[in-house]
Design a protein around this ligand. Structure first.
Ligand code: MG
Length: 268
């Protein structure tokens, strides 16, 4: 298997290109080489709190050649999902700046308080999300409005340890409102990868990730090939033994398999 068979490589971030503040060893050289070989490298993240340009700037600071257009977030995918449900108007935006920016890009007006003019709810991660924000979301969700969650990750890796993720905050609203979200954008749901494919015009994408239950499952649900790297959450042994949608197409210890003289292991 070789990189030339793919026009766009979709990279998960944490555990694939960086781990917390540190670049994964070999990732800089591997991605630079992939770009040299003609592949478009695109970064897809479930984290809704940052805007695409903030993520791209972070990647450039780490040494990656990333334009703003090379980053697709779950907020961008969630805003697209809302656009299929309601054409325009005020959307209750729960989460960080990335949530609001994605709604504005789609022509919506993000608001912080539920009123009669609100047509939908978008809920994503934000470090400043408060009880008052969750109460506003609950009022709107109980009123029956469409409610799109950017992702359902139950935990969030913080500098001081494991903290509540957006899935935990969504569950608070679900319990208070007595219903589940109308839709979810992030992995393992396919909307985030679909958004990246739509924005890049990818014909033969490859999804590269470190988690079987999110990255690999999302690729499988779209029917695109997947590569598990062993630098993050799921071990190569788990990848080897995985079945169904969690079974990767390829496995590699790290991203150096993208270098021109390296080969990838395809699972049977
Ligand atoms: Mg990851």
């Amino acid at each position: 298997m070789s990189i030339g068979e793919h026009d766009v490589l979709l990279f998960d971030l944490d555990g694939v290109v960086y781990i917390g503040p540190d670049v994964v060893p070999g990732a800089l050289e591997a991605i630079a080489s992939a770009i040299d070989q003609g592949a478009r490298c695109v970064y897809v993240t479930n984290n809704a709190s940052r805007t695409a340009s903030q993520v791209a700037r972070h990647l450039r600071e780490l040494g990656f050649a990333a334009d703003d257009q090379d980053v697709v977030t779950s907020s961008m995918a969630a805003a697209s999902m809302i656009a299929t449900l309601v054409p325009s108007g005020d959307v209750l935006a729960i989460g960080g700046e990335g949530v609001r920016a994605a709604l504005v890009e789609r022509g919506f007006n993000p608001v912080a308080v539920y009123t009669d003019s609100v047509v939908a709810v978008m809920q994503g991660f934000g470090e400043n999300v408060s009880w008052a924000d969750l109460a506003e979301a609950t009022f709107a969700v109980r009123a029956g409005l469409p409610w799109i969650a950017t992702n359902l990750d139950s935990t969030f890796p913080s500098a001081r340890g494991i903290a509540p993720g957006n899935g935990a905050m969504v569950e608070v609203v679900a319990q208070s409102a007595g219903r589940k979200p109308s839709g979810v954008a992030g992995k393992p749901q396919p909307a985030l990868l679909l958004e990246a494919i739509r924005r890049t015009g990818a014909k033969r994408p490859l999804m590269i990730g470190d988690r079987l239950d999110t990255d690999i499952a999302a690729g499988s649900r779209l029917g695109i090939p997947t590569l598990l790297v062993g630098t993050g959450v799921s071990t190569l042994g788990l990848g080897h033994d995985a079945m169904g949608e969690e079974r990767p197409t390829y496995i590699s210890a790290d991203l150096t398999c993208l270098l021109p003289d390296k080969s990838w292991v395809a699972l049977a």
